[in-house]
Design a protein around this ligand. Structure first.
Ligand code: NAD
Length: 294
């Protein structure tokens, strides 16, 4: 049993923390939102008054925040956690952020003798609840090995993508594809329905045909087709439009840096940007369907 500090208890961090608690670890938690903290405390965690307090005496630190600026704000600078975490402590940074940002924080951690891996996840809120996430790790092999006992309680698949920041690069590629395929799936379903098909029947056909993908199998964007999908819950919860927009922005930045071409990624970014500008930023990203629906 370890003492773990867990920072960021949102749609993903909340259930991930619960799985560490279930595994018998002792958790001290912090989030800016009291409601998120309450759920973890009700399940047996201890609330800390600040992130700095949460990491005192921790064997490991896990963070799950929205974007690069939150992660840099948490770890760097005078009040940053790297000035409060003891040397030798293991940090599992699970947010999806810019690879440069992950490298910058990892280098600052190394300078302080703190062992940090970037470990962004795939698998959605369903995977976070079920403990079946995929972890895509960047960092030293030995640090990943030390993190495995914790990662295995929250996920099913663990990949080592390479050095610090490599986990983020792989995650960004995956999410660019996810953004494209959710828009494509929405487009195909809307086309079928506009031509008189039942969305459930069409989804069943696609799920067993060459157009099958994660959206048609597990996360259908059409309301009522899959009871557990955010689409059937008025697009509440899940993975926010603005988070997808952030990831497509990271893909565009990575493409510029590497002089790579991502025409479909850019098109998808513009679709989510339009959808967000129409007031849908907080909805689940599968609500992109509404751009196509008559
Ligand atoms: P979320 O907005 O639900 O949760 C983020 C939490 O971080 C919030 O509770 C917020 O209050 C807290 N927070 C922000 N700044 C903080 C700070 N300085 N100190 C403490 N807490 C702070 O987001 P989420 O959906 O849980 O996503 C988290 C990360 O995981 C993002 O980088 C996202 O891209 C990634 N991700 C999300 C999903 C998904 O399906 N939601 C899937 C894979 C990856």
């Amino acid at each position: 049993m370890s003492r773990i500090a867990f920072i960021g208890l949102g749609h993903m961090g909340g259930p991930m923390a619960l799985n560490l608690l279930k595994a018998g670890h002792q958790l001290t938690v912090f989030d800016l939102l009291p409601a998120a903290v309450k759920t973890a405390v009700d399940a047996g965690a201890t609330a800390a008054p600040s992130a700095q307090d949460a990491v005192k005496g921790a064997d490991a630190v896990v963070s799950m925040l929205p974007a690069s600026k939150h992660v840099e704000g948490l770890y760097l600078g005078e009040s940053g956690l790297l000035n409060h975490i003891a040397a030798g402590t293991l940090v599992l940074e699970c947010s999806t952020i810019a690879p440069e940002s992950a490298r910058k924080v990892a280098q600052a951690a190394k300078d302080k003798g703190v062992r940090m891996i970037d470990a962004p996840v795939s698998g959605g809120t369903g995977g976070a609840v079920a403990g079946t996430l995929t972890f895509i790790v960047g960092g030293q092999e030995a640090d990943l090995d030390a993190a495995r006992p914790y990662l295995e309680k929250m996920g099913k698949n663990i990949f080592h993508a390479g050095e610090a920041g490599a986990g983020q690069v792989a995650k960004i590629c995956n999410n660019m594809l996810l953004g494209i395929l959710m828009a494509g799936t929405s487009e195909a379903l809307a086309l079928g329905v506009a031509n008189g098909l039942d969305p459930k029947v069409l989804s069943d056909i696609i799920a067993k045909s060459s157009g099958r993908n994660w959206a048609t199998e597990l996360y259908n964007p059409w309301p009522g087709v899959m009871e557990q999908a955010p689409a059937s819950k008025h697009y509440a919860g899940g993975f926010g439009v603005d988070l997808m927009l952030k990831d497509l922005g990271l893909a565009a930045e990575s493409a510029l840096n590497a002089r790579a071409s991502v025409p479909l990624g850019e098109l998808a970014r513009n679709l989510y940007s339009l959808h967000s500008a129409q007031g849908n930023g907080a909805l689940d990203f599968s609500s992109i369907l509404n751009l196509y629906k008559k």
